[in-house]
Design a protein around this ligand. Structure first.
Ligand code: HPA
Length: 275
């Protein structure tokens, strides 16, 4: 694993002379944030050694380097999902590479189904905790102690100070937001009404098919994480309607400008991060 990470990191460093401070993963329908980045350089996933290639519509595979809010960022436009058939290690590999390229904070975004009855389509939900219902974990297998501990702590997976910072910014812009728990499932099926109910009973506010493996790998390496969901549909009794991937993309695209304001200003106003 370490060798692969080093090979990929060296390839990127040879192509680009750039020190990213923040790593951003853009979820389904949320790629619009890259329009706010003053792009210095772009790499295609297919040219990067050891990178998987994204297969899902709405997930173009570009690694973008540039300035956002005056700070150095790298952004993954297009992420990898477990349901595409990659292993847990493969989908989270780019997070390892970002850490080795020097990022100090990982920012994850996704589209998710709201299961909290108070939620509405179009809400932004700042993730305060997660429930892994994927039936797997990217850290299964031999542990490389050079990367992190065998049994990583998860009591503080989503950085509380950064959540406070983000909520202040959202309030200043009168952006309506929720703070909640994200449950991750494998997909690719959306949930049955009974599954949505079960996920709610377990303690989640929203459900989606990503983010958790990336958070786990980041926390394994002691990298702080901030994550946000846009609520693209509702898994709430009486409000469940037939949905498609296109519906999720469309709904997420509508909320994307609000998410972009929060992330951009959050980065702009963040004290330099030490890890
Ligand atoms: N369920 C699972 N994943 C999702 C959903 C959902 O309702 N919406 C967007 N991603």
């Amino acid at each position: 694993m370490l060798e692969k990470i080093q090979e990929t990191t060296s390839y990127i460093r040879n192509k680009i002379d750039f020190e990213p401070e923040f790593g951003i993963v853009l979820g389904t329908g949320l790629g619009g944030l890259v329009n706010e980045i003053e792009v210095v350089s772009t790499l295609l996933y297919r040219d990067i050694p050891n990178f998987p290639v994204s297969t899902v519509k709405g997930h173009e595979g570009h690694l973008i380097f540039g300035k956002l809010g005056g700070r150095n960022v790298m952004a993954m436009q297009g992420r990898f999902h477990y349901y595409e058939g990659y292993s847990m290690q493969e989908i989270s590999f780019p997070i390892r590479v970002m850490k080795y390229l020097g990022i100090k904070l990982l920012i994850l975004s996704n589209a998710a189904g709201g299961v909290n009855p108070e939620y509405q389509i179009g809400d932004l939900m700042i993730i305060r905790d997660h429930i892994n219902l994927m039936g797997s974990n990217p850290l299964i297998g031999k542990n490389d102690t050079g990367l992190g501990p065998r049994f990583p702590d998860m009591s503080d997976a989503y950085d509380k100070n950064i959540i406070r910072h983000a909520t202040k910014i959202a309030r200043n812009h009168s952006i309506h937001f929720q703070v909640g728990v994200y449950a991750a499932v494998t997909g690719p099926t959306f949930e049955t009404p009974s599954e949505y109910k079960y996920i709610r009973i377990l303690g989640a506010d929203a459900v989606g098919m990503s983010t958790v493996p990336e958070t786990i790998v980041a926390r394994h390496m002691s990298l702080p994480v901030f994550a946000v969901s846009v609520i693209s549909d509702l898994g709430v009794e009486g409000k469940i309607v037939e949905i498609s991937h296109d519906d999720v993309i469309d709904a997420a695209s509508l909320v994307e400008p609000k998410m972009t304001i929060v992330i951009k200003e959050m980065i702009e106003k963040m004290e330099p991060l030490q890890v």
